[in-house]
Design a protein around this ligand. Structure first.
Ligand code: 1GP
Length: 246
């Protein structure tokens, strides 16, 4: 909790968004990971997010230990399921896939996650995870077997954010999906920022500094980028500095 409070203080103090680089343990080979982490460290991103829709590899504890040692940045778990909850994490985004209607990601995985979080005494923050339609089927849609909120229906998104508030999930994650064809529309971010009682996290398909800048201007408090950095580490400096505009 202290970590989260310290991170969000930066948003207020420096009048900027936070930038989290996402590392998907299933998607990254070791040499690429090494370059990414060193670059993230030298550029002072705010945290490393570790997660994804699936976890087929079994080296997550070692990966997190290594990331913490190498990057000297907090490692936050972005769990696709309860297998991602390991004691090495600094913080867990306790996600509920509120845009979906699948009980597995509304309560079943949460039971498993909550027990492990308690057992490991891990800090966690509640996050309503809202998928927004992004032009094609994404892995998260396929794996979760849920449908995203239509991208031109801000009123539907607003209702979900209000429901999230009432359920105590004060932070929202607007997700286009990893490698999304279309990013979350600015209009949807504005609506989320208007209604959310906590922070608005935006990710999925963001590849350019211009996109980062317009998401931040629309009200994103935290920008998450994974695929673009995996593909080309050289984009990181401009992406991170674009998060400074608000
Ligand atoms: C996916 O929002 C994250 O869960 C990041 O998406 O990989 O497209 O950057 P990208």
């Amino acid at each position: 909790m202290e970590l989260w409070n310290n991170l969000i203080k930066r948003i207020r103090k420096r009048e900027r968004a936070l930038f989290f680089t996402l590392i998907d343990p299933d998607n990254m080979d070791h040499s690429k990971l090494k370059t990414t982490v060193q670059r993230v460290k030298s550029l002072r991103g705010d945290a490393i997010l570790v997660g994804g829709s699936t976890l087929f590899k079994d080296n997550l504890p070692q990966l997190i230990d290594w990331l913490k040692d190498t990057a000297d940045l907090p490692v936050i778990i972005f769990p696709g399921n309860s297998k991602f909850i390991v004691p090495q994490a600094d913080l867990v985004l306790f996600l509920s896939l509120l845009s979906g209607r699948n009980p597995r990601w509304l309560i079943e995985e949460q039971l498993e996650m909550a027990v492990k979080i308690n057992q490991y005494n891990l800090p966690s923050i509640p996050v309503a995870y809202l998928l927004v339609e992004s032009g094609s089927t994404t892995t998260v849609e396929f794996i979760s077997n849920t449908r995203p909120i239509p991208r031109n229906k801000p009123e539907v998104l607003a209702a979900h954010v209000l429901a999230a508030n009432s359920m105590g999930m004060v932070n929202v994650y607007l997700e286009g999906g990893s490698g999304a064809k279309l990013t979350v529309p600015e209009q949807m971010i504005e609506v989320a920022a208007l209604h959310a009682q906590g922070k608005v996290i935006v990710g999925g398909g963001i590849t350019s500094p211009g996109e980062v800048e317009s998401k931040v201007k629309a009200g994103a408090d935290i920008i998450v980028v994974g695929t673009a950095v995996e593909r080309n580490i050289e984009v990181l400096p401009e992406l991170i500095s674009a998060a400074g505009i608000k």
